[in-house]
Write a protein that binds this ligand. Sequence first.
Ligand SMILES: Cc1cc2nc3c(=O)[nH]c(=O)nc-3n(C[C@H](O)[C@H](O)[C@H](O)COP(=O)(O)OP(=O)(O)OC[C@H]3O[C@@H](n4cnc5c(N)ncnc54)[C@H](O)[C@@H]3O)c2cc1C
Length: 433
Amino acid sequence: MDSAHTQYDTIIIGAGLAGLNCAANLKERGFSSLILEAQDDVGGRARTDSVDGYRLDRGFQVFLTAYPEAARRLDYRQLDLQAFVSGALIRVAGRFLRLTDPFREPLSLLPMLASEVAPLSDKLKVAYLRQRVMSTPTQELFKHPDKSIESLLLGDCGFSETIVERFFRPFFGGITLDKTLSGSSRMFEFVYKMMAEGSVAIPKYGMGQIAAQIAAKKDPAEIRLNTKVKAIDRANMQVELESGEVFKARSIVVATDGPEAHRLLPEVEKPASRQTTCLYFSAPRPPIDDAILVLNGDGDGPVNNLAVLSNVSPAYAPPGMSLISLTVLGETGPIEEPRLIESVLKQMAHWFGEEQVGEWRHLKTYRLHHALPDQTPPWLEPPTRSVRLASDNARQSIYVCGDHRDNASINGALASGRRAALAICEDLKLAMV
Ligand SMILES: Cc1cc2nc3c(=O)[nH]c(=O)nc-3n(C[C@H](O)[C@H](O)[C@H](O)COP(=O)(O)OP(=O)(O)OC[C@H]3O[C@@H](n4cnc5c(N)ncnc54)[C@H](O)[C@@H]3O)c2cc1C
């Protein structure tokens, strides 16, 4: 169909959230674009598969309703967001302890928490931290000195080892995919603020609905699926596909993940990768009744966190059935699947009993090698990276967006896409003068 003879204002490589939001912003400003996507659908790392009537997000992830860039782009009512109960159920020393609403009502932590999950003094520190991040604008949070989350919590905030080990490590380890908490304190404060100001939720029909909603605004002919880009010919402003086809454009946006952006454009810094594995099980009855995150508070066993997603959104499972997601952090590549399943089920049998877990049926395992870019300090210094590629050739209008240009989140990916679109509009308009 298309070839080098068809010229677009912009070609976008990658239909993840960054690429889609770039296209949406361009369209609103009157510029056409064509998205070339290697996979068979849009969404990139935020996709949902349908398996036997279950909705399986490609790795456990959640949407924070306070994300400013998401609020700017998405119709939340149409996504029909289903919220988690705030707080967490923490597995400690053979029991489940409930941490109630540490973000909204820090002073209402249960007495049980004060005595068993953490010392009483931590309650006040949680309240103070919450107050501090809520009263600080997001841009200011990203100007704070960037250090490891662990040193912020234990040093600056003065939390006890106990609450760090039992709550912060599994909770923020689960978010940053790193239990050592070596990730960015700026990112921690941003996420903490988002959780304090909104809900933790999933769209009724899966995380993939976020990308689907943005893509629905585009003419389907402007998104080519199953179309992998092999290389960019910068001198001729052409994109070469693996199929041999060639596309010409006035500007080209690389909206892939960081490692692939580096392959296509070597001067883009290659981020290291954070890995995670998500195992899904179906069950005739849920192991817990609440829409709450379950955390491994004493670190024994491979599973860091668990959620019964059908408790949050019943549409994730067929009627009468439950969908359970288990997250194992880090690289599980060398572990064969039967052994991995056996080890997580052994841990779960410890938590919920042999009889209950004996009823679980394995649905699918997702091993994600590049789930997130590793943004260990000083990666977020500066907090955003340029979306324009430095060039000594005025004919080259090459841009790059994706979560590796902002911060590793849905919000960061969307924001980078908008920044790229604005840069293109500015440059194309200047070129027309
Ligand atoms: C398991 C997991 C848990 C997460 N948890 C959360 C969470 O709870 N909250 C949160 O906010 N964020 C979370 N994230 C992060 C969030 O999902 C990502 O930051 C975001 O989706 C990245 O979007 P992107 O557009 O930058 O990149 P991607 O989603 O990676 O999109 C890039 C697209 O480019 C395509 N592509 C790559 N190479 C080529 C090529 N050569 N030719 C054509 N197309 C190509 C890919 O197929 C892909 O569709 C999580 C991510 C994962 C994987």
